[in-house]
Design a protein around this ligand. Structure first.
Ligand SMILES: O=C(O)c1cc(C(=O)O)oc(=O)c1
Length: 292
């Protein structure tokens, strides 16, 4: 690996959309700082530092209140950077960990005490060397008593082969970035139809309606808005939104976080939908004790 890459904007625009009070960015990451939290020897990219202070500055700029820090693949199964981000957040962050399947119960308890509420299983070959479904299932059983959920990242071309694995997971499931459908096919295209069948297969599969920058090919991300707005309407109690900052691997086409935030009213056009997407839904998964 050569130079450390930078995949986020220096000065994102200020969004026109004003998020409701208490809005949660439910998908973001921290990178390092490397001197304190080195990257994994197996990392597929080596980013510049993007630590919690930068995340909190962005959050203020965008008008958001809380974050869910998802362990990025460049940190492997060492969750120290994610736990640090949560620890310095004064209760405004929770997290999702990536764990070695051999992790012991006391370490899981330690992660829980540190604010972790889920584990992530990553199936993208460009990001991880292997994704052992049998071992992942064992982990899913072992985290069940903690009240955690499982976050799964895969691409649309393997959705069919993922179905038996997903059906066997005993906890709620959150699918990252809708399993990366081809949004150019529109809301009724084959990828969105297949994804809806997955959501219809269990009431406890949630999804993040995230990453217009990764999924869209159209100016203004119009194809993303057109394909995703009906999904938000139809599954409004199990959708989550996030910036995806610092946008791993997007260094060639760095997205503007202000524009990403301005997608919210296009995929969730009413105040009721916006409140569910940004407040109620993420609070149910990550801060359930605060909901009466
Ligand atoms: O598509 C990606 O490159 C990507 C990578 C990571 C990660 O490296 O963890 O996380 C994401 O949510 C998306």
């Amino acid at each position: 690996m050569t130079d450390r890459i930078r995949s986020w904007a220096d000065a994102p625009s200020r969004p026109r959309f004003t998020p409701p009070p208490g809005a949660v960015d439910a998908h973001c990451h921290v990178f390092g700082p490397m001197a304190q939290f080195p990257f994994s020897p197996k990392a597929k990219y080596l980013p510049q530092d993007a630590g919690p202070e930068m995340l909190f500055a962005l959050r203020r700029h965008l008008g958001l209140s809380r974050n869910v820090i998802v362990q990025a693949s460049c940190h492997g199964t060492d969750n120290a950077a994610t736990l640090h981000g949560i620890a310095v957040s004064n209760g405004t962050c929770r997290g999702v960990a990536v764990v070695d399947p051999a992790i012991d119960d006391s370490e899981l308890e330690r992660l829980h005490a540190g604010g972790i509420r889920g584990v992530r299983f990553n199936f993208l070959k460009r990001l991880v060397d292997d994704a052992p479904k049998d071992k992942f299932l064992e982990v899913a059983h072992r985290i069940q008593h903690l009240g955690w959920h499982v976050v799964v990242y895969f691409e649309a071309d393997i959705l069919e082969e993922m179905r038996p694995f997903l059906a066997a997971i005993p906890t709620p499931i959150v699918i990252d970035h809708m399993g990366r459908p081809d949004v150019t096919q529109g809301p009724d295209g084959p990828d969105m139809r297949a994804f809806r069948r997955l959501l219809d297969s269990r009431p406890d599969i949630w999804t993040k309606v995230t990453c217009p920058d990764r999924l869209s090919t159209a100016p203004g991300w119009d194809d993303f808005a057109g394909a995703v707005a009906p999904l938000v309407e139809d599954y409004q109690d199990r959708v989550l939104w996030g910036t995806d900052w610092p946008h791993p691997n997007m260094e060639k086409s760095i997205p503007d976080d202000g524009l990403i935030t301005d997608m919210i009213p296009r995929i969730a056009p009413t105040a009721v939908l916006q409140h569910k997407l940004l407040v109620t839904n993420p609070m149910r998964l990550y801060w359930p004790e605060e909901l009466s």
